[in-house]
Design a protein around this ligand. Structure first.
Ligand code: BGC
Length: 726
């Protein structure tokens, strides 16, 4: 904490009226890239002019933000600058793959680069603060917001959370190319019952701390500037009014001195939750629990005076909340430089940022299946058909884009990418219907099949468009929407070679069509350079190396299905598939269709046994910081270069709390030439072997006993060594 900042905060607090203080806690919405003076911006503009506004969201554009900032800085008594926030989730102009896709790269550098580029573009357009990274661990593919997440694993998500914070914030928030990050949604938003957005989450303390909280802790340790409360309840107490999570854990246990912002009208929604009778009670509950800034609804500003007067909120709490707002503004250097240089605003992606987005997208894609080396395409093909609802679609950016990015900078389509990559081949593109499941979606299928029948190779571009994932985009049926299965079947019936390129913002249920498709490449929503990145992989210019950050279910009825589940007293044993009284479905094979960590390459790899620097270690040495070194060898056994992700999982065989059957605790993506090998080193310590108990005070224990350490290239890794903690 800078003492200079703290002194200035104290001075301001001494000067401010209660209304001005409450005003700093208010964030209002704007109408995108528009300056003051339009009817839709009246409320925010008027509040800014009175000095009763702390922040504005959904505002961007160098000229627009400067015009609004001038009101706050030049027309108000104290001249406190406004804080401008925007959801810059996977890119500003340069749209990167969705976060779930980025997680599939198993390479946090991908998200760090996204964070850096987005920060530069956004800050130059007057944006100070993004509501990212989203770090809700989730086992719910029905939930559309899985697209914004990093999947089902807390360790992978934690590594990405820290990297994104670094990418956005750098080491100095006041730098002209950095923005403040926001860890969201605090907490357990990824566990809604039935997968329905905003729904109830009832969670034990141990699951909260072992599954949902680690990425937030990692973000706080990485210096994240702000945290956003979640829309859900946590064990019947709304996250927006939850003193246990917001104050006890976040602010006290973790010592977080940054800003807690509500989600959009999240404070007022305490009334709908049945947790507050009216706006005054909502404000009392939320502010009292630890929310510092209210997004869009206005209960703090409306009822704050009255609550202070009747001691329903304390002046200390109010001052603490205001201090957190001012601290962020000071850290961002807004008092010194409230405006941006309009002539330096970045207005489009550059060749370099496009190249970075392309590289990221190639790293994110996952080769799910590749029978008989169907991919990569053989050199010298004369004709390639590109068919399907997403064959020539630029709507592949993903769920969150800056307004206007989709119109101004749509994704490179699959057909465009193929034309650029294979200029000597005749590319026939037949877009078919829509991928949304709308009535007319079989349009063009007959033509597509004719094209496939006469082409040397066909790329079938199917999936769900971005509108089917993201916020409030929940699906109960996870199969390919509409007639896309029929399209694949009809192309397969031509008997000609083809590959399915699957676009998705979530794990889909890959039905019977999987058997008829010789190759399936999962592209997610790859962002701006979609088509070029795909062509890089389809042609073999780059070998796929992505891995699934979330299990792909066989059927919706099996959800949740995830690799890090707890063991039951009657686990299913593949050696005895007919045993009835075990935990299984009568009508479905055990486990997911594709497990966490799965992903193929155009080459092959072998991973060696995990070799431990010691087979036993005293618990107290681990508690004092000692580590066990685990080395794992990996060899490219094929005849071309490629990437492999070496994965390390642990399992505590017997503990005071039943442990997940596997927990990812290390991964490294390596690139190896044909025949080449390397050894990857992991260091495991107390944090990797211990766990949080159900004690609400936050008790982390490291027990004595046996730990199995698995190494391999997916969560089904079998090679194992045992460590004894004594
Ligand atoms: C979402 C947040 C987002 C906010 C502001 C909400 O509906 O839940 O993730 O940051 O809107 O756009």
């Amino acid at each position: 904490m800078s003492t200079d900042h703290e002194d200035r905060i104290k001075q301001f607090l001494g000067l401010m009226t209660p209304e001005e203080k409450l005003g700093q806690l208010q964030q209002l919405a704007w109408a995108w890239d528009t300056g003051p003076g339009t009817s839709s911006t009246e409320e925010a503009e008027a509040a800014a002019r009175k000095g009763l506004l702390g922040s504005v969201l959904n505002v961007f554009g160098a000229a627009s933000t400067n015009a609004l900032q001038r009101i706050a800085v030049e027309e108000t008594r104290l001249g406190i600058p406004l804080l401008f926030g925007l959801d810059v989730i996977h890119g500003y102009w340069t749209t990167f793959p969705i976060p779930l896709a980025q997680a599939a790269a198993f390479d946090p550098a991908v998200t760090e680069t996204d964070g850096e580029i987005a920060a530069r573009e956004a800050r130059s357009n007057g944006v100070h603060w993004t509501f990212a990274p989203m770090m809700d661990v989730t086992h719910e593919p029905r939930w559309g917001r899985i697209a914004e997440s990093h999947g089902e694993d807390p360790y992978l998500t934690s590594r990405y959370a820290a990297a994104k914070v670094r990418g956005h914030q750098g080491t100095d928030l006041a730098a002209p190319d950095r923005i403040a990050a926001c860890a969201k949604h605090f907490a357990a938003y990824g566990g809604p019952e039935g997968g329905r957005d905003y729904n109830t989450v009832d969670v034990s303390e141990q699951r909260l701390r072992n599954l949902y909280l680690p990425p937030f802790k990692a973000a706080v340790d990485a210096g994240v500037a702000s945290v956003m409360a979640a829309f859900n309840t946590i064990s019947a107490v709304p996250a927006h009014a939850n003193p246990h999570t917001l104050t006890r854990i976040l602010k006290e246990e973790w010592g977080f001195d940054g800003l807690v912002v509500s989600d959009w009208t999240g404070v007022l929604e305490l009334i709908a939750h049945g947790f507050a009778e009216d706006g005054a009670a909502a404000a009392r509950r939320a502010l009292g629990a630890g929310v510092d800034m209210e997004m869009v609804s206005t209960t703090f500003a409306e009822f704050g005076r009255e609550l202070l007067a009747r001691d329903a909120i304390t002046e200390e709490r109010l001052d603490d909340a205001v201090a957190r707002v001012l601290r962020l503004k000071l850290r961002l250097g807004l008092f010194e430089r409230p405006y941006v240089d309009e002539s330096a605003a970045v207005t489009e992606p550059s060749p370099a940022t496009r190249a970075a987005a392309r590289d990221a997208a190639t790293r994110c894609m996952v080769l799910l299946k590749n029978d008989d080396q169907t991919l990569p395409l053989r050199p010298g093909l004369r004709s390639i058909a590109v068919v399907g609802p997403l064959a020539d679609s630029g709507d592949l950016l993903g769920t969150w884009t800056v307004p206007d990015a989709q119109r101004r900078f749509p994704a490179v389509t699959v057909a465009e990418g193929m034309r650029a990559a294979v200029p000597q081949a005749h590319i026939v593109c037949v877009p078919t219907g829509t991928a949304t499941g709308a009535a007319a979606d079989s349009a063009g299928q007959a033509e597509a099949v004719t094209a496939a029948a006469s082409a040397d190779f066909t790329v079938v571009a199917v999936g769900e468009p971005p509108a089917l994932s993201g916020e409030a985009a929940v699906r109960s049926d996870l199969e390919l929407p509409g007639d896309q299965r029929e399209l694949i079947a009809a192309v397969a019936a031509t008997g000609k070679p083809f590959a399915v390129v699957l676009f998705a913002g979530r794990p889909l249920v890959i039905g019977d069509w999987l058997d008829s498709a010789p190759a399936v490449l999962l592209a997610w929503h790859p962002g701006l350079e979609a088509g070029h990145a795909l062509a890089d992989l389809l042609t073999g210019a780059v070998s796929p190396g992505g891995k699934l950050p979330t299990s792909f279910p066989r059927a919706v009825g099996q959800i949740p299905v995830h690799y890090n589940h707890e063991r039951t007293g009657r686990p299913y044993d593949p050696a005895q598939p007919d045993e009835k009284y075990v935990s299984k479905y009568l009508d479905l094979a055990d486990g997911p269709q594709f497990p966490f960590g799965h992903g193929l390459s155009y080459t092959t790899f072998t991973t060696g046994e995990p070799s431990l620097s010691r087979t036993g270690i005293p618990a107290d040495q681990l508690s004092d910081g000692a580590t066990v070194e685990v080395t794992i060898s990996v060899r490219n056994t094929g005849d071309r270069a490629g990437d492999e992700v070496v994965q390390l999982y642990v399992h505590d065989l017997a503990a005071d709390i039943v442990q997940p059957v596997r927990r990812l605790r290390g991964f490294e993506r390596v690139t190896l030439g044909p025949g080449e090998s390397t050894v990857v080193l992991f260091r495991l310590g107390a944090e990797d072997f211990g766990y949080w108990t159900n004690d609400p005070e936050g008790v982390f224990v490291l027990e004595r006993g046996a730990i199995d350490i698995y190494a391999g290239n997916s969560s089904t890794a079998r090679k194992c060594s045992r460590l004894t903690i004594n």
